[in-house]
Design a binder for this molecule. Structure first.
Ligand SMILES: [Zn+2]
Length: 431
């Protein structure tokens, strides 16, 4: 009869609600759960016992009594399993191993020079394997892997296009699922970053927010009414390709004048190289030499190769030498040219953000990923431009924050996607 099916469904839903309540509010007693959820005590007790049996909850000592018997307190067993979250950047891989609450247990960061699909997926697998070898023993082990990638991902977890990596049609989800034998979730890195900040960082209290992932490219994760807005095909948030100039620089997407050709890390580095090639201030050139000698120490192959500040064409050595980090060091040392480059990038960031504020009227904009490292140097320019370019009615209730999770927003968001997936599939198997 249909009633049985309904009963089963209701039980699953209730059990999920009880688990979720324990996850969010532990330590708490069975009576607390009953009060929070409105479920009767007998139902809560039965469901809690099942959750204890399956290792998701455990009993800890007796809590404070409000008169009468002291209640047994319950904990969420955060270490019943572990998730892996990866941010596949264009010039780095950042991977975290977290418990089921998203607390980071281990972290690995690997710089990448080669972005070809074969080389990069090899490196990615190696990084994940290394983390898996460090997973503490637990009832469920590794429950899943989440990966944020800088590109368009279809609902099968294939990367359809990632211009800054030079990838098209890479079946990343099936590749990793096959390799590691666990559930794998692939999503756009800005979506993952938005979820990370919403779940654990600056966006915890905002229902409508835009997370701007400003790295080599620029993307946005859009959260509306507490939900990630994905668009009809799952491709929302490609804000880096908003056209800001009819005849601007050529973008990786094939168009000209996209936002990311002005406001990204890539644009910043390009402008820095142009300034150096134009022989602009001596301090910049000195900075470049400093960086190059550090690279010399790090890499035998680089020994003896020093980029000339007067070089007329851009060499590989120079590509490697100018970095966001070296420019930050220069700005810190008071180099006006480096500071000017950050201000210019900040202005362009502010211009695009003003457009987004006018369109979405969000309560919060979070600037994350690599450019948030430069917060001190871009902040003023971002805010000034935003103030002068967004409509007053729109910006009055919009605040701008910088990633609270540092560089880990996407990796943590990807881990949280894997955790969510795990609990949803658990729910499906409950009887
Ligand atoms: Zn573009």
């Amino acid at each position: 009869m249909k009633i049985t099916g309904d009963h089963q469904l209701i039980k699953k839903i209730n059990k999920y609600i009880v688990l979720d309540t324990i996850k969010r509010h532990f330590p708490l007693s069975r009576a607390d759960i009953s009060a929070r959820t409105g479920l009767n005590k007998a139902t809560v007790s039965a469901l809690v016992n099942e959750l204890i049996e399956s290792s998701f909850a455990s009993e800890t000592g007796l809590g404070e009594s409000s008169g009468g018997r002291k209640p047994m307190m319950l904990l969420f067993n955060e270490r019943a399993g572990f998730a892996i979250g990866v941010d596949l950047g264009v010039n780095y891989i950042l991977a975290v191993l977290t418990d089921l609450s998203g607390t980071v247990v281990k972290k690995r960061r690997v710089d990448i020079a080669e972005t070809g699909a074969d080389a990069l997926t090899d490196k990615l697998k190696k990084t994940i394997r290394k983390l898996i070898s460090q997973v503490p023993s637990s009832p469920y082990g590794v429950i899943g892997i989440g990966v944020g990638v800088p590109g368009l991902v279809d609902d099968q977890g294939s990367v359809l296009s990632a211009p800054n990596l030079g990838w098209t049609d890479v079946p990343l989800q099936s590749m990793l699922a096959e390799e590691f034998g666990v559930d794998v979730v692939i999503d756009n890195e800005a979506n993952a970053g938005a979820l990370g900040e919403k779940e654990f960082g600056a966006g915890r209290h905002a229902a409508n927010l835009l997370y701007i992932s400003a790295g080599i490219g620029i993307g946005a994760g859009i959260i509306l009414h507490d939900q990630l807005y994905r668009g009809v095909s799952g491709f929302s948030g490609e804000v880096g390709h908003m056209a800001l100039a009819q005849d601007g620089p050529l973008c990786g997407c094939g168009n000209r004048g996209c936002w990311e050709t002005f406001a990204s890390e890539k644009a910043l580095l390009h402008n820095a190289r142009t300034a150096i090639e134009a022989g602009r201030p001596a301090a910049m050139q000195a900075g470049l030499r400093d960086t190059a000698s550090e690279a010399d120490e790090a890499d035998e192959a680089m020994k003896g190769i020093r980029p000339s500040a007067a070089a007329s064409s851009r060499s590989v050595t120079e590509e490697a030498a100018v970095s966001l980090e070296s420019l930050l060091r220069q700005a810190q040392r008071g180099d006006p040219e480096a500071q000017r480059l950050f201000t210019e990038t900040g202005r362009w960031l502010g211009t695009g953000i003003a457009n987004l504020v006018n369109v979405f009227n969000p309560e919060l904009i979070i600037i994350g990923n690599r450019m948030s490292l430069a917060t001190d140097w871009i902040k003023e320019a971002v805010h000034e431009t935003l103030d002068s370019r967004s409509l007053a009615f729109h910006r009055s209730r919009t605040s701008v924050a910088y990633s609270q999770l540092g560089q880990s927003s996407s990796a943590l968001g990807a881990a949280s996607m894997a955790i969510q997936r795990f609990f949803s599939s658990m729910k499906a198997t409950w009887e």
